[in-house]
Design a protein around this ligand. Sequence first.
Ligand SMILES: *Cc1c(COP(=O)(O)O)cnc(C)c1O
Length: 238
Amino acid sequence: MELERELSERLASVQSMIGDACARSGRSSDDVVLMAVTKTKPVEVIRSLTDLGIRYFGENYPDETIQKISIFADAPEDVRLCMIGTLQSRKAKIVAKHFDAFHSVDSLKTAERINRLLGEEERSMEALFEINVGNEVSKHGWDISQPDTLFHDIERILLMPRLKCSGLMTLPPYTADGETNRPYFVRMRELLEKINQTFGLTWTTLSMGTSDDFPVAIEEGATIVRIGTKLVGARAYR
Ligand SMILES: *Cc1c(COP(=O)(O)O)cnc(C)c1O
């Protein structure tokens, strides 16, 4: 009960910040989805959050998620388990089998692998392209300063029948002051427009903004914000 109350207070605070950011930018809060990032968190946290109405969950480590899979399997039908971490090839099968969406497709090779495994499972999956918007060596995804590679790969990935591509995802450089990431969020919005124009698409999903910068991300067009720490507390890594 203690846990439920704490989560409910944290959730109210995050939702009120989402509402404020939407109001500032003339958007409807219905257009922004709150994804709870629950890596390293126990099933009790996930259960409480589904009870509180959360429907999008982000997990990074398939090995860890599989230990908690029954909580997702038994959750209401509309609960969506989304892969948001770097996919190691050995773990790709877990994602193809158990996840509902793959929000961190970071290369042509990763896309090919997951498309093939989804074929074996006779499933398909929503997919987002991960963009390395800060051009950081430590991060995965397409380098935003090499748009030719990105556009070439998009052309190929659009032909993969098991991937339902619908937008972009990014994790900009870490900052305690979200304002410094505004230019990155703007660049993501512009990139989405450019992709839609170039390929005649109507992608709408922009997954961007975490605990420290989600209000700014919303002001610049985020449709999914991925909140861990601010919602479920600091992570405990073993
Ligand atoms: C861990 C993680 C988050 C959540 O970050 P917080 O700062 O805890 O909100 C969001 N997105 C990705 C890709 C992550 O790995």
